[in-house]
Design a protein around this ligand. Structure first.
Ligand code: EPU
Length: 340
């Protein structure tokens, strides 16, 4: 039986702590409920917004439609060669899933520990941190295709995962609703410790990066994150607010003449990735406030909603930062969370 609530506050459903309301809200715990909710939205001419953990969205205003809150639960596992194939419902919490996997001795995603949000949201932006991306363990995604009006499975390749990007942000945006995610994990306890800051942390704590157990890597990543990123409950935020921009090799060479200390990483395709945090920091934004919102004093691409600002306050701050970075470096920053 579909339950629809009216005029619901979304304050507790977005980690940026934006005070916005939705005209209608429904918590979904099955495929049937999802279909009923979509039908309800269509019959009443309402736009719909699919919500997971709310850790990667900016609500720019009150929402005049139906919020579909994905709450389906369930994890099942089957053995595959050298590891395990997992089928995980979209409403499971990402961090809790990773802790469960570590307890079971299933490895490969431990560097992505402590990322807020739901499992169903993870493929949308191909979550990545400390040298690992979801794409390295994603097998498939299942969900409801609104245009075709049917459930279908996309292979990992069809998801077109790239740096903080996927087909769910592009061609299938607002069309494909992820209900389940398939993951392949390993039994072999071999950790990925390539990421320089992670390596350094392990060495400083007496661990050998070549031999360290994935469980220790998870603890290290959680500790690094806790030291650098603000606590979502005390200082509402949406993680990195800007993507690290990619520029051409020529543009990077030119910039390095003027800014030899600029953080940069050459990519396999010849482009160069710049650190959005460095660019914003150089423009003097770190720790600065604009009205009720501001830039975190320890991480220049984390925007914090200090005093119950609205989405428009956050977006005004983002615009001011984007403008300054464009003027000083000629580099265009892109907003990472989804804006509604
Ligand atoms: N830096 C500054 N000023 C700052 C912070 C950083 O100059 O205030 C410089 C650092 O010196 C470093 C560079 O910027 O050279 C990159 O900083 P950092 O290592 O903190 O990583 P990041 O690029 O800002 C990315 C992800 C994070 C992820 C970390 C670790 C993006 C947009 N962000 O941050 O992901 O946890 O790497 O892998 O790619 C997220 O997506 O929400 C997120 C937190």
């Amino acid at each position: 039986m579909l339950e629809i609530a009216k005029n619901v506050s979304l304050l507790d459903h977005n980690t940026l702590g934006v005070t916005a309301q939705t005209y209608a809200y429904s918590a979904i715990d099955s495929d049937g409920a999802l279909r009923d909710a979509l039908q309800y939205a269509e019959q009443h001419g309402l736009p719909s917004l699919v919500l997971g953990g709310g850790s990667n969205i900016v609500l720019s205003d009150d929402f005049p439609g139906l919020v579909i809150h994905m709450r389906q639960r369930g994890i099942s596992a089957s053995t595959i060669d050298g590891g395990v194939a997992l089928r995980v419902a979209a409403g499971e919490n990402w961090d809790a899933l990773l802790r469960y996997c570590l307890d079971q001795g299933w490895y490969g995603l431990e560097n992505l520990i402590a990322i807020p949000g739901s499992v169903g949201a993870a493929p949308v932006q191909n979550i990545g941190a400390y040298g690992v991306e979801l794409s390295q363990c994603l097998a498939w995604v299942e969900g409801w295709d609104r245009r075709l009006g049917e459930r279908r499975r996309l292979s990992a390749e069809q998801c077109q995962l790239a740096y903080r990007d996927s087909i769910f942000k592009g061609a299938l945006r607002d069309q494909f609703i992820i209900t389940e995610v398939g993951l392949h994990l390993r039994h072999r306890a071999q950790a990925n410790t390539e990421y320089p800051a992670l390596r350094q942390f392990l060495i400083e704590h007496g661990e050998s990066p070549e031999e360290v157990h994935p469980r220790v890597v998870a603890q290290a990543v959680a500790a690094i994150r806790a030291a650098k990123l603000p606590d979502l409950h005390a200082e509402p935020n949406a993680g990195s607010f800007f993507k690290n921009p990619l520029v051409s090799a020529d543009a990077a060479t030119q910039l390095l003449i003027d800014f030899p200390e600029m953080a940069h990483w050459p990519m396999p395709d010849g482009q160069v990735k710049l650190a959005a945090a460095w660019l914003v920091d150089q423009c003097g934004w770190k720790g600065r406030r604009l009205g009720p919102v501001g830039v975190h004093p320890k991480q220049a691409i984390v925007l914090v909603n200090y005093q119950q600002g609205r989405g428009e306050d956050i977006l005004a701050l983002a615009d001011a930062i984007i403008g300054d970075v464009a003027q000083r470096f000629g580099v265009q920053l892109a907003i990472e969370p989804r804006v509604y």
